[in-house]
Design a protein around this ligand. Sequence first.
Ligand SMILES: C[S@@+](CC[C@H](N)C(=O)[O-])C[C@H]1O[C@@H](n2cnc3c(N)ncnc32)[C@H](O)[C@@H]1O
Length: 228
Amino acid sequence: MDPCHARWAAFLQELCGSDAAGVRSVLDVCCGTGLMAAELVALGYRVSGVDASAQMLARARRRLGPDVPLVHEALPHLTLTGPFDAAVSTLDGLNHLTPAELGPAFAAIAGRLRPGGWLVADLHTDAMMEFARANAIVEGQSGGHRFTITSTVDVAGRTCDARIALRDGDGRGGFDEVHRQHFFRDGDVRAALAGAGFGAVAVTDEYTWEPVGDATLRATWIARRAED
Ligand SMILES: C[S@@+](CC[C@H](N)C(=O)[O-])C[C@H]1O[C@@H](n2cnc3c(N)ncnc32)[C@H](O)[C@@H]1O
């Protein structure tokens, strides 16, 4: 299992543990290869996943087995009905949306949550935009894969075109992917959340209780669907 996702799932469990209504079902938005879903299943949550990539979902299926519902579709389109107690989106999934898609995506997620349901999602900060600009090539390991990310940042346009080469541990399998990420302004995220019916927004440093600081690369947005 991946140490980041284990820590992030533990944060969600601690956060939602305060909810007297109980949190049992979780929608993993932009679930990718299922790293977060696997951690949440291990913690006892009933998880469903949605992702725009068939390749990612095939890997998620292998990781999660046959019992976790996985749907192949692209936000803001969302056909899973729920209602879910919580939705998560980890490792920059929502940064793949365009600014025009963010509000409709939040609305689609809110529509699948019960009143008072949670949204816990991370988004890149401006510090991440600067990090990507200054570190055009990043190599590392995650979930048993080796990856190389090559980034081209447009600071004025607030975008990053990333080329990702993912290789399996044995170096044989894997795939290459090119995508554009968007760096959202905090005010735009708050407006999109409010417009989608979310309230009580908090923003913390990468799945901790620490406030966002100048060094925060990944901000965790915590919001709850307003009660009816
Ligand atoms: C960096 S990966 C994160 C995967 C996963 N959340 C994790 O923590 O490992 C981003 C994922 O977002 C998915 N994605 C991008 N745009 C999407 C969209 N519009 N709707 C659904 N999934 C999308 C990609 O296919 C990819 O699997």
